[in-house]
Every structure is written in structure tokens, then in C-alpha cells.
Design a binder for this molecule. Structure first.
Ligand SMILES: *Cc1c(COP(=O)(O)O)cnc(C)c1O
Length: 397
């Protein structure tokens, strides 16, 4: 099919929940993707922080083929090897925990909300059910996850939202005292670095204060590391920058190299309240997704991808800061590792499309923030190429 034919079919048959640019991507290799016309693009969005090892990775392709040929699906009702191996690998590299597997970020948030409410209801009864989250957070689109997402635009027309959500400003310590209550609060959920909401890092003092309050008041602390976890910020997990641990951590986006998967890691006090039948998922712990995820996480660890991310993130950030000095429409460059936001004075939609026309894919995080979340395997030449294209686009703006 041609690009035009595909776009025409999309307009006829696909639910109109996305505005897509007029290109059709066809294949990828390393840090590059190619459209149907054979044009090459440097991918600095990485499928929204998913393709952390890049495109067309031989180990990932091999792992898909190997497990697909062996056993594609058997359901969560039976023991299989891939999910226990993956769980063991995650736990050995994070904190002592048990793992629940599902199929997406939103589903891992749903599970985290259910598990922590369950735990809290055993500790403090049904009134201990409030979930505290933060303005500009993004936790997903299913009802529980979107209710926890404190951005009014995602709630419009879908009300009533799930009750018991309390929204606070990020990085402000004072409001926490009042809002986090031993009697009412089940959990506090935070992204160590907000992704969709504008690439906003949570401050270390803020996260440590949260940890202290949650301990004091017997509240579960959930870190949503769906976007910022798995080397993205320059550590295997973002919490590792701060010398504290969450009680529950959600993972998804890059975990299975592009296959759908979600995971919830929970400490034993949360896991202990779960009983067979309380929660489930038909596809969760899918052998192919889990086998591939094991290959992805092993490669990340074996190749020291976190350190490399820190190095390349430093170079990209420095280059973006240099652009900010000569382009007054840039307000701030912020982020961690290779999750970088460039905040502009105005909307960035035109910058994103002009970059794409010049062969560079970047994203947005809110209206005014340009988001870079490239594969973590990028090299200096990719950073130079991206800065060259962006610089040219900004010069012409
Ligand atoms: C993408 C994202 C989600 C939702 O994940 P889906 O797989 O799209 O359901 C939740 N939290 C964060 C931080 C995310 O970036």
C-alpha cells in the first residue's frame, strides 16, 4: 500500500483518538527509522521511551523468535519459566520484592492502586483509601490510572472519576503534611521524573520527605517508573539516585523492547495481603513478553547502559543548553539522563513537525515542552546530528 492509501484507510477505519503526521513508518535499525518512501529519520523519541535498545536489535528479535516457537501463550493459570526468571532478575537488581506482570503501563498502575488499597484496608479499614498524586503527573488512560492523573484535560467528559484521589503540587513539601494522613491515605504515587507532564524531575529532598512521611504514617509509597525506569535517567531505576526505596514500583514502556508488558514490584508487606483470585490478567506474564524482557534487562545490565545513558544525556543536555543561549524562544532544558525536556516560551508543535521534515523525530510533553527520549544506545554522532537539525529548525523559526 502507498502512504496515501494507508492514511485514507486510517481516516475511514481507525478511531480518531490520535492526530498522526502524514508519514508511514515501515522499518527501523539502531537509532533510525525509515518511512514507506525510504526516507530515513533519526529517532529521538524511541516510541515514547520504549525502544531503549534501538530498533532491529538482534538479541530481541532472536528472543521473540525463540520463545514464540516454543510457547506463545498458556495464560496466567500455569507455571512457566520466563516470568519467574524475569521476576528474579528484576528483584535482584532492585529491592526484595514480589512481582505481578500485566500488559501495559496503565494496567500496572491499576494493580498498584488495588494492591495498596487492599493493604491499607487491612491496616486501617475502608476509610484508609485515599491516593495522593501530583499535578502534571501522567499515570495512564484506564479509569483508575486516569483518575490518578492530575491533569484536568484527561478527565474532561469522563466524570465521575474514581473517588479518593488527592492532587498536590510536585516538589512542595508543606502540603504533604496535611494531605498524607495515617487514617485516610492508602498510598502516595509519584513519578521520580514526570514524563508526559513536561519532563519535571522530583527533587531529592521532596522524595526523601515523602519517604519519611509514608513510613511515619504507614502509607504505601508507589514510584511510577514506567517512563523513567530501566536506565533512562542514568541508573537502572530512577529511585536509585535518591538513596531511598519505594514500597511499590511500576514498570512498562521499555521493559520488553517494544512488546507490550507491565510489571508491579511490591515489597513483602504489600505482597502478603494478596491472595489467589484477588487480581488477574489473561495475557499477564506472557511467555514471549517475559522472555524478551529478560533479554532486554540482561543486556542493559551487562552492557552498563545506565552509565552510557548518563554520558550521552550529559552531551545532549550540554548541546541543548548551548542552543538555548542563542535561541531566546527556549526557556529551560531539564530532565535526567536521556529523558530531556526543552521548554519553550510558546507551543512547540511547529518545531516537532519541522524537525520531522528534516529527518529528526522528537516528541512533546505538554504544549510548550519538546521531549527527547532517544534509544539509550545513541552515540556522539547521533547527538551531533540531532543538535544540527534542531539548531537549523530553530534558526529558521
Ligand atoms: C506511558 C505511561 C503510563 C501509561 O502506560 P501505558 O502503557 O500507555 O498504559 C503510565 N505512567 C507513566 C509515567 C507513563 O509514562
Amino acid at each position: 500500500m502507498t502512504t496515501e492509501e494507508i492514511i485514507a484507510l486510517e481516516e475511514q477505519y481507525i478511531a480518531p483518538t490520535y492526530v498522526r503526521p502524514p508519514v508511514v513508518f515501515d522499518r527501523g535499525s539502531g537509532a533510525y527509522v525509515y518511512d514507506l518512501e525510504g526516507r530515513r529519520y533519526l529517532d529521538f523519541l524511541g516510541g515514547i521511551a520504549v525502544n531503549s535498545l534501538g530498533h532491529g536489535v538482534p538479541e530481541i528479535i532472536g528472543a521473540v523468535a525463540q520463545q514464540a516457537a516454543k510457547l506463545m501463550h498458556i495464560s496466567n493459570l500455569y507455571h512457566t519459566e520466563p516470568h519467574v526468571k524475569l521476576a528474579k532478575l528484576l528483584v535482584e537488581n532492585a529491592f526484595p520484592a514480589r512481582v505481578f506482570f500485566c500488559n501495559s503501563g496503565s494496567e500496572s498502575i491499576e494493580a498498584a492502586l488495588k494492591f495498596t488499597r487492599r493493604w491499607a484496608s487491612e491496616a486501617g479499614g475502608d476509610t484508609k483509601h485515599e491516593i495522593v498524586t501530583f499535578e502534571n503527573a501522567f499515570h495512564g488512560r484506564t479509569y483508575g490510572a486516569v483518575s490518578a492523573t492530575a491533569q484536568p484535560k484527561y478527565h474532561e467528559g469522563f466524570k465521575p472519576m474514581l473517588p479518593g484521589m488527592v492532587y498536590l503540587p510536585l516538589n512542595e513539601i508543606e502540603p504533604l503534611e496535611e494531605a498524607i494522613s495515617a487514617e485516610r491515605t492508602a498510598a502516595v504515587m509519584v513519578e521520580p521524573v514526570q514524563g508526559e507532564g513536561g519532563v519535571n524531575p522530583a527533587h531529592v529532598e521532596f522524595l526523601r520527605h515523602l519517604r519519611r512521611l509514608c513510613d511515619e504514617r504507614k502509607v504505601a509509597l508507589i514510584f511510577d517508573e514506567i517512563q523513567c525506569g530501566l536506565c533512562r535517567t542514568g541508573k537502572l531505576f530512577a529511585y536509585q539516585h535518591h538513596g531511598i526505596e519505594p514500597d511499590v514500583m511500576t514498570l512498562a514502556k521499555p521493559l520488553a523492547g517494544g512488546l507490550p508488558i507491565g510489571a508491579v514490584m511490591m515489597k513483602s508487606h504489600i505482597a502478603e495481603v494478596l491472595k489467589p483470585g484477588m487480581h488477574g490478567s489473561t495475557f499477564g506474564a506472557n511467555p514471549v513478553a517475559c522472555h524478551v524482557a529478560h533479554a532486554v534487562v540482561s543486556k542493559m545490565i551487562d552492557e552498563g547502559l545506565a552509565d552510557r545513558t548518563l554520558e550521552m544525556g550529559g552531551k545532549l543536555t550540554a548541546g541543548l543548553n548551548a542552543l538555548a543561549e542563542t535561541h531566546t524562544d527556549i526557556k529551560e532544558v531539564r530532565g535526567a539522563g536521556l529523558l530531556i525536556g526543552v521548554e519553550f516560551e510558546d507551543k512547540v508543535g511547529d518545531v516537532v513537525s519541522a524537525c520531522r521534515d528534516e529527518g529528526l523525530i522528537v516528541g512533546t510533553a505538554g504544549d510548550n515542552v519538546l521531549r527527547c527520549a532517544p534509544p539509550l544506545v545513541i552515540e556522539q554522532r547521533h547527538v551531533d546530528e540531532a543538535l544540527g537539525i534542531l539548531g537549523g529548525v530553530l534558526d529558521a523559526r
